[in-house]
Design a protein around this ligand. Structure first.
Ligand code: AGP
Length: 599
């Protein structure tokens, strides 16, 4: 989604602060960028279609200001162009906004009846118009903001400058994240902490329906009635944003290679012995486990579903958060709802979580960003230790999620005695060796680069699998689509012949994984069905299969609790090299954002 930044200082030039913040937040959304600042009381607005580096070219080189706001956009309303880029100014009000104003068309109509004219098709401009209207009507900024919050439906994190209130930025928050940083003589505002880490580690978190008045040396935060709140000043504990790719050409490749350490770091507290394993939450009182997430995080949930049901005999359902939030969820106190989110800010996942909380049912989270909106309202949180994931396509966060879920399920199996202790000890031993287990696959990049060269000009690619392997097919397919823009579908291996096999033609690439000896022969038969129709097949397996009708990608034999961690890496690397051959923007694919904080 979008990134917002603001800063006000007594004497520091805040324009570099705004640009630094935008560069850090750009992974959240990068369709357009803009900033506005006051120069000798004159409002300056620069905005461009394109990246922050384009914006920098537009700013006068000796630009100096002590107050400003900035924005990097992932378009929700209105096409990607300069007019729709933020900041938006209407009358006395200039704002940047992350979120969606859901009733913007009704508000726009009412404001136009009062004589307002709008230039853009952005909902944010309407928000600026509404604030300007109330400010002119009440001549009181507190009343203006309180009225705005009552009138507007949707999500917003807003930074606002007001022409006749110098040296002050106002912020308003509902559903979209917003933090306020502070150090001597300068205040900072951002969508999340990494954007201001270069300047301070101390910050306040705004909650829904709170607003703030920020000057260089003073931060006042109010509730929706205008009562001053005594907020706790926090100190950032997360990993600092590594702003370099090191030896790698793209963050995505760096993050793929980091997995052998990030997986180990994530599960390290739980795998040294049974006592450590039992530090994980006791799930035995629950009769059903619901897993709710989006995208790749949901795919991690699918892998967990297989393990929960196969190895602990616990019913597990996986839901897309965007569907779950509008469904009947059959909740009761025997159901545990697990929410998986790398960013901890995904709007659909957050909304689904709030629904479970309203039903007073138990929640557990698997989250990568500490103090994120989702993490803050969960009953319990298990943090993945993947570090900041910059590439929009999730890799190390996914494997950290799967690994953490696997050890959680292993602990559950121990408590339910559904796996013998000696077997559990053996699996823990494998987890302790995960780095050396993953190394050979991560070092075999040439194999995957060669496969990528075979497929990068194709228009359709299929991924198939059964059970746990179907969950991996889903993730493998998404990786390819996200960064190479090649159409791809994941299919249950046994289902392809019920229609979709009609799409298989000569040399259509079909990927499969067969890592469950109980059903591998079935998957092999499905591969035969497609090779007989001309498909070019690639099979990831830990079995010794002699068959030269498809290319075999061999992985080491490990327990089912680790198999997803091995199987997914070839898929990640094939997607990466395919996108590379296509000269795609691998870390910032078109139309995407790292954290989707709108519905
Ligand atoms: C994965 O590569 C995508 N970036 C996307 O599917 C992502 O997993 C999804 O938006 C969920 O994000 P979250 O984990 O931050 O909630």
């Amino acid at each position: 989604m979008c990134g917002i930044v603001g800063s006000v200082s007594t004497k520091t030039n805040i324009i570099p602060i705004l640009l630094d913040g935008l560069k850090t937040l750009e992974y959240r959304g990068y369709d357009s960028a803009g900033l506005s600042y006051l120069k000798n009381s004159k409002l300056i607005i620069n905005k461009v279609k394109g990246r922050v580096k384009e914006l920098e070219k537009n700013i006068e080189k000796d630009a100096f200001s002590n107050i400003g706001i900035a924005h990097t956009r992932w378009a929700t309303h209105g096409e990607v162009n300069e007019t729709n880029a933020h900041p938006h100014n209407v009358g006395n009000i200039t704002i940047v906004h992350n979120g969606i104003i859901e009733n913007f068309s009704k508000l726009k109509h009412k404001l136009e009846e009062k004589g307002y004219k709008f230039k853009s098709s952005s909902d944010t401009e309407i928000a600026a118009g509404l604030l300007d209207y109330y400010y002119k009507k009440y001549e009181n900024i507190d009343k203006t903001i309180q009225k705005f919050m009552k009138k507007v439906d949707g999500s917003y994190a807003i930074c606002m400058m007001i022409n006749n209130i110098p040296n002050t930025i106002y912020v308003i928050k509902k559903d979209s994240p917003l933090i306020i940083g502070t150090n001597k003589n300068t205040s900072y505002i951002a969508s999340d902490v990494p954007a201001i880490l270069k300047y301070t580690k101390n910050y306040y978190i705004l909650e829904d329906y709170e607003y703030g008045k920020i000057t260089a040396n003073n931060i006042t935060i109010y509730d929706k009635e205008g009562n001053i709140l005594n907020k706790q000043l926090k100190e950032y504990q997360g990993s600092t944003l590594t702003s370099d790719k090191g030896i790698y050409e793209h963050y995505m490749l760096k993050e793929i290679m980091e997995q052998k350490t990030t997986i180990r770091k994530t599960i390290n507290p739980y795998i040294n012995n049974i006592d450590d394993l039992l530090k994980l939450p006791d799930l035995t009182k629950y009769e059903r486990i619901d897993i709710i997430a989006c995208g790749t995080a949901m795919h991690a949930g699918l892998a967990a579903k297989y393990l929960f049901e196969e190895y602990t005999n616990t019913k597990c359902e996986v839901f897309l958060a965007s569907e779950y939030r509008y469904q009947n969820n059959f909740l009761n106190n025997k159901v545990l709802s697990i929410f998986i989110s790398q960013s901890g800010e995904t709007a659909d996942t957050l909304a689904a979580l709030k629904k479970v909380k309203e039903n007073k049912c138990d929640t557990l989270g698997i989250v990568n960003v500490k103090e994120s909106s989702i993490a803050r309202i969960l009953d319990k949180v298990l943090y993945t230790e993947a570090g900041t994931e910059i590439a929009v396509a999730s890799t190390k966060a996914y494997t950290a999620q799967v690994a953490l879920l696997s050890v959680l399920i292993l602990a559950h199996a121990y408590r339910k005695k559904s796996i013998k202790e000696e077997k559990i000890l053996k699996i823990l031993e494998e987890f302790r060796a995960v780095t050396s287990i993953l190394n050979p696959i991560l070092e075999g990049t040439k194999t995957y680069e060669n496969i990528a060269k075979e497929i990068y000009e194709k228009s359709d690619v299929f991924y198939i699998g059964r059970g746990l392997d179907y969950a991996l097919a889903m993730e493998g397919s998404l990786k390819l689509k996200e960064i190479s823009y090649i159409h791809s579908e994941a299919y249950a291996a046994g289902e392809l012949k019920h229609g979709t096999i009609s799409l298989i033609t000569k040399n259509t690439p079909v990927f499969a994984s067969a890592t469950n000896k109980k059903i591998n022969t079935k998957t092999i038969s499905n591969l035969k069905e497609v090779t007989s129709r001309g498909a070019k097949c690639y099979l990831i397996t830990d079995e010794d299969i002699q068959d030269n009708s498809f290319e075999i990608l061999k992985i080491k034999k490990v327990s089912m609790f680790l198999k997803p961690l091995l199987t997914i890496i070839p898929y990640q690397l094939i997607a990466y090299y395919t996108a590379k051959f296509k000269n795609c923007d691998i870390d910032k694919p078109r139309n995407l954002a790292k954290s989707v904080t709108v519905e």
